[in-house]
Design a protein around this ligand. Structure first.
Ligand code: PMV
Length: 308
């Protein structure tokens, strides 16, 4: 008997960091990358294998605590034994710690696979509880935007502790995603922003300004105004720089996007490494920009059409 659970990556279009403080974010499932968890009856104890670990779950190193928690907490919620003779195989094309929601996505995929293996229904609330508690270990104070996006199929307008609003995204434009190749530092970045937020009035203004830009972006998404959308993305990157969550590599890739005539560009996700995104008008421009990003140090690029 085998059971499979999947989850996609995610891209935050607007609102990262500010979303932790009750401001809105707009995020999209990013199906170009995904995680697949396969659970099978195998061996004599609970084991897991993935790119970075192969062995007993209870011996997993501390840095993978959030994954260990997702497995154990799912078993607990299912009412299964805590150390069953099963194997969890994780295959992922989501680059880890690059702002694409890999930690939330792996928890979603694992929970789905384990519930399917034990033939238990997994309610949205139950999935949310498992993923958020695992994200707390990974990120400290997660807004929930990663959990909501990686478990869904639709772009969302997300405000912490509120019912999320699905968005119909239908823009005749392309998003180019560039991976700086540097591991993102979401936990540190979130903690540093929290210090700034507490100690500096300006930082609280920047967070609010990011929220205003996200609300504007929502309007431009529905009116199809890609030029204005590009502008608010540029402004958001400036504010994220002020908050100290960008870095030289991300800035260079964002600059490269500007030189190539992108309508807008910004970092995406936690920052301090990880990925950036750029908005362009057509496929030809997207291809040229993706090449330029790779020429300037991006280790991987993806192109996503924002229409149907
Ligand atoms: O780096 P990621 O993919 O985990 O995205 C984090 C998004 C933040 O807004 C920085 C944190 C959060 O919990 O929303």
């Amino acid at each position: 008997m085998k059971a499979v659970g999947t989850a996609s990556g995610k891209i935050i279009l607007m609102g990262e960091h500010a979303v932790v403080y009750g401001q809105p974010a707009i995020a999209l499932p990013f199906s170009a990358v995904e995680i697949r968890a396969t659970v099978s009856a195998q061996g004599e104890a609970l084991t897991v294998s993935c790119d970075f670990y192969d062995g007993l779950v209870h011996q997993m190193p501390k840095i993978w605590e959030s994954l260990k928690h997702a497995i154990r907490f799912s078993l607990y919620r299912i009412g299964a034994p805590s150390d069953p003779a099963i194997h969890v195989q994780i295959d992922s094309t989501i680059p880890a710690e690059r702002g694409m929601g890999s930690s939330a996505a792996v928890a979603v995929a694992v929970a789905r696979a384990l519930f399917a293996f034990y033939q238990k229904d997994l309610s949205y609330q139950e999935l949310w509880d498992i993923v958020q508690s695992s994200e707390k270990i990974a990120h400290g104070n997660p807004s929930g935007v990663d959990a909501a996006t990686t478990s869904g199929k639709q772009p969302i307008f997300f405000i912490k502790n509120q019912k999320m609003e699905p968005l119909d995204l239908c823009l005749d434009a392309y998003l180019v995603v560039g991976d700086s190749g540097k591991t993102g530092q979401t936990l540190e970045a979130v903690l540093d922003v929290a210090k700034l937020y507490q100690n500096k009035k300006e930082a609280r203004d920047w967070i609010e300004a990011l929220g205003d830009l996200t609300r504007k972006a929502k309007l431009y998404l529905s009116s199809g105004d890609i030029r204005e959308l590009g502008q608010v993305m540029n402004q958001a990157h400036g504010l994220l720089q002020q908050l100290g969550v960008s870095d030289d590599k991300l800035d260079l890739l964002v600059e490269t996007a500007h030189h190539q005539g992108a309508l807008g560009a910004k970092l995406t996700g936690g920052g301090r490494g990880g990925c950036m995104i750029a908005l362009v008008k057509n496929r030809a421009q997207a291809n040229i920009l993706a090449q330029a990003l790779r020429d300037n140090g991006a280790c991987q690029t993806w192109i996503q059409y924002l229409g149907e």
